[in-house]
Ligand binder design. Structure first.
Ligand code: FE2
Length: 375
């Protein structure tokens, strides 16, 4: 423990199904500490790492609130650099994210009417001997401009989700060896929020894309229509936390599945006419652009199982309203995040962190469907 003392309190701000909820754990500056300068905040962050990690591993997410020195993306970047040894790249640039400063990005540029479902960042990536944990350890968000309405970043404790899921469902998923993510991306954007393979992976040509697939152990082939089909290596459905050893439901079967793809409803836009058109176009769109998960043995996931997982995750969803200057630190393994629709303005920045230095940066983007993007 260092010398920097900042007086804080721990109010409850999260609500789960109408009930007060201890998630996130709130660290709110007392009025006398609200104007603590940034350099003192940074010292305090560094000096209290062990206690903060304990709080994070207990609660799953920490909300820092009421620190007036936190105003800009640069302030956020300075804090992020104290929170973990490495800020990860989103290699290849992003759509629909935008770079802000350094490795800080906008949380998402997905249209404001789109609901982004709860997910742990990049949980579909398969571990390899060279790279046993390719997923971020922490995700951080910073509220530069509070939403005009809605726009919460919902969170959910995925330890609780695992405990609540029917044991036979979990056993079925584990016995089949985990999940395989299949995706297809078009070469040129045509409909709605399609993401092309060039924008998704930052690959400038087919050779670069093929090299990226080899590097990540993906199977891929070029479809007759010029689109790219990728089959990931199997990834586990349950993960043990690196520090606490707790078992966590860690996959996106409930989001990256054709039955719940965004083009079923709001793919082309929020209006009734756009939603109706999206339904008419669905057969054409889903042949060009899809994300779909199967069991690792190739069997389809039953719609009943997808529905059950979605229900349990929704029951564990916690909401709180953003305030300007809020900073949310999430353990990416323990807690999932998403985004609610909003009224403008809304400016939320994001950063992905690694607790241990990585041999190479995360080499892929999050999946391109807005429904699966941060938050
Ligand atoms: Fe995300």
């Amino acid at each position: 423990m260092g010398n920097t003392e900042i007086s804080v309190s721990h109010p409850c701000v999260g609500k789960k199904r109408g009930q007060e909820c201890p998630l996130p754990f709130v660290i709110e500056a007392d009025p006398a500490a609200a104007d603590t300068p940034l350099h003192e905040l940074l010292d305090w962050i560094s000096e209290n790492q062990d206690r903060r990690e304990e709080d994070l591993h207990r609660a799953g997410a920490i909300l820092f609130r009421g620190f007036h020195a936190l105003q800009t993306a640069e302030d956020f970047a300075a804090i992020a650099q104290r929170m973990a040894p490495e800020i990860l790249d989103y290699a290849g640039g992003t759509t629909p994210r935008s770079a802000v400063t350094g490795k800080i990005v906008t949380s998402t540029d997905a249209p404001r009417h789109v609901v982004i479902g709860l997910h742990q960042e990049m949980s579909y990536l398969a571990p390899t001997p060279e790279f046993p944990d390719p997923t971020p350890d922490k995700v951080m968000f910073f509220c530069e401009t509070a939403p005009g309405g809605g726009g919460q970043t919902p969170i959910a404790d995925m330890r609780a989700v695992l405990k609540k899921l029917p044991p036979d469902l979990v056993e079925r998923f584990e016995q089949r060896g985990g999940l395989i993510l299949h995706r297809k991306l078009p070469t040129e954007k045509r409909y709605g929020y399609e993401v092309t393979w060039t924008t998704a992976f930052g690959a400038s040509d087919r050779n670069a894309m093929e090299a990226l697939a080899r590097q990540n152990g993906w199977q891929m082939h070029w479809a007759d229509d010029g689109g790219l089909e990728i089959t990931h290596a199997p990834s586990p459905v349950v993960k043990a936390h690196r520090v606490t050893g707790e078992r966590i439901w860690f996959n996106q079967a409930h989001l990256l599945h054709k039955s719940v793809a965004p083009w079923t409803s709001a793919w082309l836009g929020p209006s009734l006419a756009q939603r109706a058109k999206a339904r008419l176009l669905r057969p054409f769109i889903q042949d060009r652009f899809f994300y779909h998960s199967t069991h690792a043995d190739g069997a389809e996931i039953s719609l009943a199982d997808v529905s059950t997982i979605r229900r349990v995750v929704a029951e564990e969803m916690v909401l709180f309203d953003w305030r300007k200057g809020d900073l949310l630190l999430i353990d990416n393994k323990l807690v999932a995040h998403g985004r609610q629709p909003y009224q403008p303005p809304r400016t939320i920045f994001a950063a992905l962190l690694a607790d241990t230095p990585r041999k190479r940066p995360v080499a892929v983007m999050p999946p391109g469907t807005p429904a699966a993007r941060t938050s």
